[in-house]
Design a protein around this ligand. Structure first.
Ligand code: CP3
Length: 323
C-alpha cells in the first residue's frame, strides 16, 4: 500500500520542489528519497517503490496530469483510433528513470529490508484511461467495454504486454517482490470478472514468472468479496493483499489456508489512532499471525493521518513480532 505521501512533512517538502507529481516520479534522486522516507521514520520491513500506476498510460503516449485537489486527469481514450495511437514501443525507454530509482533505492536500503515494485492491473489502469480520471460509477469504461469488446480487448492486450515488461524492468533493477493493484476490480460486472480481471492479471503473472520465477507476486483485487478465491486460483499470484471488507477471522478461515495474506487495517483506524487503532491492529495480529501473513493496511495512508499514529502502529506490530 502507499506508505509515502502528503501526510509526511518531508514528502510535502520534496513534492513542492518538483514541478509536478509525474516529474517527481521521473526524477530518480527525488523518487528514491521519497521511497526511503517512510522507512527512515517507521523502519518497516519492506519499502514500496515511489511511482504511480498511471506511468503506464503516460509511457504509452496518453496525456496524463495530476491536478492539485482533483487527482489524475487523462485525455481519455474513447475509440479504436485512440487505442491505435498508443505506442508500446515507447514504454521501457520512457520508464528508464523509474528503473534507475529502483537501483538507487536498492543500493541505499539495508539488506534485510525488501523492495517491492508494483503496477496497476489492466482493468484499473484502463478505467483511468477511458474515464479520463477517477470515476464514481465506471459507466464509461463499462459501456465501452461491452459495446466494443474487440477494441477493449486490444487495449487490455497492450496493457498486459507493457505492464509485464515494466514489472520485469523493475525486477532487473532490483525489486524483490511485486504487487499488482486492481483497486477497482470490485466494479467489474460478475459475468466479465474472468475476462477483465482474472485473465489479464494471469497473463502478466505468467509472463513475469517465465523470466523471474522466484519473485513473489502479490495481488490486490479490491472489493471483489467472494470472488477473491477464484482470483487467487485463476491468476497464480503468490499472495493477496486484503481490503477491509473481510474481518481478519474470516480471512484466516477462508483465504489464509490457500494463500499468504497481507492486510488489512482500514486506514480510517490509522487516522483515528489511540485505543480504537490498537484494538483493531491487535485483532488482525491475533487472527492472522498463525499462518503466512504480512501486516499491512487495507488501503493507502490517508493524507490527514497524524504521523505519530503511524509510529505507534509500527511499535504495536513490532512488539508482537518480538513476542
Ligand atoms: O507509498 C508509496 O511510496 C507508494 C507509491 C504509490 C503511489 N501510487 C504514489 C502516489 C502507489 C503504490 C500508488 C498506487 C496507485 N496510484 C493506485 C493503486 C493503489 C490505491 O491506492 O488504490 C491508484 C488507483 C493510483 C492512482 C492515483 N495516484 C490516484 C487516484 C491519485 C490521486 C489521489 C490522491 O491521493 O491524491 C494518485 C496520486 C498519488 N500517487 C499520490 C501518491 C503518494 C498522492 C499525490 C501527492 O501526494 O502528491
Amino acid at each position: 500500500m502507499r506508505q509515502a505521501g502528503r501526510y509526511l512533512p518531508e514528502y510535502r517538502e520534496i513534492r513542492a520542489e518538483a514541478s509536478g507529481f509525474l516529474d517527481l516520479c521521473y526524477t530518480p534522486e527525488r523518487a528514491a528519497n521519497v521511497t526511503l522516507q517512510p522507512i527512515r521514520r517507521f523502519h518497516a520491513d519492506a519499502a514500496i517503490l515511489f511511482s504511480d500506476i498511471l506511468v503506464i498510460p503516460d509511457a504509452l503516449g496518453q496525456k496524463v496530469s495530476f491536478i492539485e485537489g482533483e487527482g489524475p486527469v487523462l485525455n481519455p481514450v474513447r475509440n479504436g483510433a485512440d487505442v491505435a495511437m498508443l505506442d508500446p514501443s515507447r514504454t521501457l525507454g520512457h520508464l528508464a528513470p523509474v528503473f534507475e530509482t529502483v537501483q538507487r533505492v536498492r543500493t541505499e536500503l539495508p539488506d534485510e529490508v525488501a523492495l517491492i515494485g508494483f503496477c496497476g492491473a489492466p482493468w484499473t489502469v484502463a478505467s483511468y484511461m477511458i474515464e479520463g480520471g477517477s470515476s464514481r460509477d465506471f459507466s464509461i469504461i463499462k459501456s465501452w467495454a461491452v459495446r466494443e469488446r474487440r477494441c477493449f480487448e486490444t487495449l487490455m492486450g497492450i496493457l498486459v504486454e507493457s505492464t509485464a515488461a515494466y514489472l520485469l524492468g523493475q525486477v532487473e533493477a532490483g525489486a524483490q517482490a511485486l504487487q499488482i493493484f486492481d483497486t477497482w476490480a470490485g466494479n467489474v460486472p460478475a459475468r466479465d470478472f474472468d475476462e477483465w480481471v482474472i485473465s489479464p492479471t494471469a497473463r502478466i503473472v505468467a509472463s513475469v514468472k517465465m523470466q523471474a520465477p522466484d519473485i513473489p507476486i502479490i495481488g490486490f483485487a479490491r472489493g471483489v468479496g467472494d470472488r477473491l478465491e477464484s482470483y487467487i486460483r485463476g491468476t497464480g499470484v503468490d499472495a493477496v493483499g486484503l481490503d477491509s471488507s473481510m474481518t481478519a477471522a474470516e480471512a484466516a478461515q477462508k483465504i489464509q489456508p490457500i494463500c499468504p495474506v497481507q492486510g488489512n487495517l482500514d486506514p480510517a483506524y490509522l487516522m483515528v489512532g489511540g485505543d480504537e487503532m490498537e484494538r483493531a491492529a491487535n485483532e488482525i495480529l491475533d487472527e492472522l499471525s498463525g499462518g503466512p501473513f504480512v501486516f499491512n493496511l487495507a488501503h493507502g495512508v490517508h493524507k490527514d493521518t497524524p504521523v505519530e499514529n503511524v509510529e505507534r502502529l509500527a511499535e504495536i506490530v513490532r512488539s508482537r513480532q518480538a513476542s
